[in-house]
Design a protein around this ligand. Structure first.
Ligand SMILES: Nc1nc2c(ncn2[C@@H]2O[C@H](COP(=O)(O)OP(=O)(O)OP(=O)(O)O)[C@@H](O)[C@H]2O)c(=O)[nH]1
Ligand SMILES: [Mg+2]
Length: 376
């Protein structure tokens, strides 16, 4: 099952397989696609797609019924097939939904094998809706810890946040499809950046060079703009993208990868302006890799995709010297305010409520940059 493509998009578990099946038709032809699940029903034959059923002995072609331990055993039972799948692939993009058993249990094992086979591994993992209950959320949270350690880049996607972008009376299947357009757009950006024929080209090793911090969350954003000032509109949309917000979101990065794609009218100045706007919002002073492509099918549209590596996690506190006063565990621990927490105040750490592209939990005078009169 080895593939000559430089990018392999992998869906794992029910959600991962559905998302990848929806996203795949929008990707450049060079991207290879694989679906992996314990549940045989997810593995529908699709053109140019590798299918791998895991855990035949463990689940007999059914899902794991929410058991992460079964998901892990199922992935491990197909280690040889997974190694063959990842042979010679420079970049693996893994998409999975956390909360169930196959994704939560199997994702770290699958990502670990991909990384061991030499691939730069970038994972997108959805977190359950809050109404799915505590057990699934706990299972998802536990999975994020192990999965993050096995990937070069790890993007947490909050389903609650994505669904806020969709009309509340939309049918569930439509809601998922609409919510997944953000993940799809971001993945299309990454895949197109590395496809041949880019104006300013990059290869997957460039991505690897900025994702040097396994275990830290990765910033991922995507935005589209159209008409006059399209590049700046796209850059602003990327800065407000729901993938780049939510609990635990990365607000400042050390290094950035920015991909700008537009129709034949896209100018160098516009591309650089978009990059500058993204850098102003997220940082990226250490290193910014720019990649750009003219894509005539985009017409007057411009797309901006962003991947950013978070600043290294602070070192664990130095052990107190013998005889020094121990920290009092009853003392509250205060964290430094981030730009985001200051903007969102009391609502920091809660899911965002977007209306007309604006986070309405941020006070209007901050959103609209109104200068307040100074105190007399
Ligand atoms: N964004 C998005 N999330 C989904 C979709 N389908 C399911 N989910 C989420 O993904 C989580 C995991 O569900 P599944 O992927 O069905 O579970 P699984 O990994 O197949 O695990 P088992 O079926 O228990 O073996 C769910 O709790 C939902 O939060 C989808 O199409 N899009
Ligand atoms: Mg399933």
């Amino acid at each position: 099952m080895s593939t000559a493509s430089s990018i392999l998009l992998v869906g794992l578990g029910g959600a991962g397989c559905s998302m990848v099946t929806r996203i795949a038709p929008q990707l450049p032809g060079e991207v290879a696609v694989a679906l992996i699940d314990t549940d045989a029903r997810s593995l529908n034959t699709a053109p140019n797609t590798s299918l791998l059923q895991i855990g035949r002995a463990q689940t007999r072609g059914m899902g794991t019924g929410g058991e992460a331990a079964l998901g892990l055993a199922s992935a491990e039972s197909e280690e040889a097939a997974l190694r063959r799948l990842f042979t010679g692939v420079p970049l693996v993009v893994l998409v999975t939904g956390l909360g169930g058993g196959t994704g939560s249990g199997g994702a770290a094992a699958v990502a670990g094998i991909a990384a061991e086979m030499g691939a730069t591994t970038l994972a997108f993992a959805t977190m359950p809706f809050s109404h799915e209950g505590e057990r699934r959320m706990r299972q998802a949270n536990e999975a994020t810890i192990t999965l993050a350690q096995k990937c070069h880049g790890f993007v947490v996607v909050h389903n609650d946040l994505l669904l806020q972008q969709v009309a509340s009376d939309a049918p569930l299947s439509e809601s998922f499809a609409a919510a997944d357009t953000w993940v799809g757009g971001a993945i299309r950006g990454i895949a197109s950046a590395f496809a041949p024929g880019a104006l300013i080209a990059a290869d997957p090793s460039a991505l690897r060079s900025i994702l040097a911090n396994p275990g830290s969350p990765t910033l991922c954003a995507y935005g589209v703009g159209e008409g006059e000032g399209a590049a700046m509109k796209a850059a602003r949309a990327a800065c407000e993208c729901p993938l780049a917000h939510g609990p635990g979101a990365v607000t400042k990065v050390a290094s950035l990868f920015v991909y700008v794609a537009g129709g034949p009218a896209l100018t160098t100045t516009e591309a650089f302006e978009a990059v500058a706007a993204v850098r102003t919002r997220f940082g990226g002073e250490t290193s910014t890799i720019l990649c750009a492509r003219i894509d005539p099918t985009l017409g007057a549209r411009i797309e901006v995709s962003v991947i950013g590596a978070s600043l290294p996690a602070p070192k664990s506190p130095v052990k107190a010297k013998k005889g020094a006063k121990e920290a009092d565990p009853s003392q509250p621990v205060f964290e430094f305010a981030t730009e985001e927490s200051m903007r969102r105040g009391l609502f920091g750490g809660t899911p965002m409520t977007f209306i007309d592209g604006q986070d309405v939990d941020v006070p209007a005078y901050i959103r609209k940059a109104v200068r307040l009169p100074s105190a007399p």
